[in-house]
Design a protein around this ligand. Structure first.
Ligand code: SF4
Ligand code: SF4
Length: 450
């Protein structure tokens, strides 16, 4: 009799917990304006609650297996499983910035630089003629051209460019003595105070650096490693703005966050130079390092299917900047995270929604000594040039890019622990939010935060 009462109480607790969880999930979805998720989670939660109540009334024969089943499911989803170990991927060959799509997009047809680049790389000529035939990023004639919103994005990019002059400079003539542990803590805390979502430190390696300058002068100059440490900074991109991707708000947000990340990096570099140590900020348009690789090695995340850094709390919904320096610092452990790679293997959602089919399906393969997915950057950039924005559909729909709140963090915690939770989360994301949800129409910035 006592056992039956206990079981009844457990069933009641299960029903109450399910109902509370359902209401919380509906409340979160309401704030995220996810109408489909509100209905689906509401209906499923109420049905499950009623089922628990009905089972409690039938007595022992159904309640007992249900309690055992619920307990086992919870264990399977929550207890940490042994992960498949990936070998940390280190590129064997460094990348020449002149070969990147952004550098190639700056080549002026008819110029000597243009002619000599394509004479040395004839296979890239027809690919690049594809994006040159389109109106271009932020240009009139592009599909989502909006004179006001594009002007706002352009202003943010101009503001980033204005920061370039502060990226490098001469350190203070008197070097202040520092303790590595204390100054590392201060730099991280100050970076977060300035608005960063993550600050990580790694030893600067040759493979972090481009081999030659491609977007800055002197074009083609060899890049030599001068610093020992790299500080990587992430800033958050607004979920609200990205909900409109690929429309103009996506590129407004990209540009603004490039500026925010750049401003933080420039201030950190100035701070370090004031201490008497050399430091260089690597920000949009003046990188000498490959930011996602540095950020991964600095413990801020893993690189996923779309080739972007996947951070634990915001997924790919971040922008990056880096400061390189010789100020002695304490490095973080690298962010090699097998669970992200496993999730990406199962998910493929970004590949499905990509309008230019630039993101590969299937497993990753070895390229340049690294097991990774490689996106078709020409296809992606050509699409940008036809619509006028930097698209961002892949970032918007990534299941890791949901808001940083209790509900999604609970899912993220399960995903980090259990392959079953990962499989369920991939399916659940499609079921709740749709496999290819439509971009939200944009009607103004009233009520937008961040
Ligand atoms: S959408 Fe899916 S496959 Fe693409 S990066 Fe995000 S988790 Fe990985
Ligand atoms: S930004 Fe757009 S076009 Fe480029 S990879 Fe992402 S979804 Fe595809």
């Amino acid at each position: 009799m006592a056992f039956e009462s206990c079981l009844f109480c457990l069933m009641f607790l299960l029903a109450a917990g399910t109902l509370t969880g359902t209401l919380y999930a509906m409340w979160v979805s309401f704030h995220e304006q996810e109408i489909r998720a509100i209905w689906r989670v509401g209906c499923a939660g109420v049905l499950l609650t009623l089922f628990f109540v009905a089972a409690a009334k039938t007595g022992l024969w159904l309640s007992l297996p249900l309690v055992v089943l619920t307990f086992c499911t919870g264990m399977i989803l929550w207890l940490p499983w042994r992960q498949r170990k990936e070998t940390p991927s280190i590129p064997v060959r460094c990348i020449d910035e002149r070969d990147t799509i952004f550098s190639r997009s700056h080549l002026e047809p008819g110029s000597e630089r243009f002619d000599s680049y394509y004479a040395a790389n004839p296979e890239k000529r027809s690919l690049d003629d594809g994006f040159r035939a389109k109106p271009g990023l932020l240009k009139p004639g592009s599909r989502y051209f909006d004179p006001h919103l594009f002007a706002a994005a352009e202003a943010s990019f101009s503001a980033v460019a204005a920061l370039h002059s502060l990226a490098e400079g001469t350190p203070h003539s008197q070097q202040k003595s520092t303790d590595a542990l204390q100054i590392t803590a201060l730099i991280k805390q100050w970076g977060l105070k300035l608005g960063a979502r993550g600050v990580g430190i790694t030893g600067l390696q040759d493979y972090h650096l481009y081999t030659h300058l491609g977007r800055n002068e002197p074009y083609g100059q060899e890049i030599v490693r001068e610093h020992e440490y790299a500080i990587a900074v992430t800033v958050e991109m607004s979920r609200q703005m990205l909900d409109h991707a690929p429309y103009a708000p996506a590129v407004m947000e990209s540009a603004q966050q490039y500026f925010n990340a750049g401003a933080i990096a420039v201030q950190l570099a100035l701070f370090i130079r004031n201490l008497g140590y050399p430091a260089r900020a690597h920000i949009d348009g003046n990188y000498q390092v490959i930011c996602p690789l540095v950020a991964r090695d600095a413990g801020l995340g893993e690189i996923g299917r779309m080739g972007l850094l996947m951070t634990p709390g915001l997924g790919p919904r971040v922008r990056l900047a880096v400061v390189t320096t010789n100020l002695p610092l304490i490095c973080d452990a690298p962010g090699f995270d097998d669970t992200v790679l496993d999730f990406c293997r199962r998910c493929e959602k970004c590949a499905t929604v990509c309008p230019s089919q630039a993101i590969p399906y299937g497993d990753c393969s070895e390229k340049n000594g690294v097991r990774r997915w490689q996106i078709d950057s020409e296809a992606c950039y050509t699409y940008w040039c036809s619509i006028g924005t930097d698209c961002g559909r892949c970032v918007r729909i990534c299941p890791y890019a949901h808001a940083d709140n209790g509900l999604h963090n609970l899912v993220r915690a399960g995903v980090r622990r259990s392959p079953v939770a990962r499989a369920l989360a991939v399916w659940g994301d499609d079921w709740l939010y749709g496999k290819n949800p439509k971009p939200r129409p944009f009607s103004g910035l009233r009520g937008y935060q961040g």
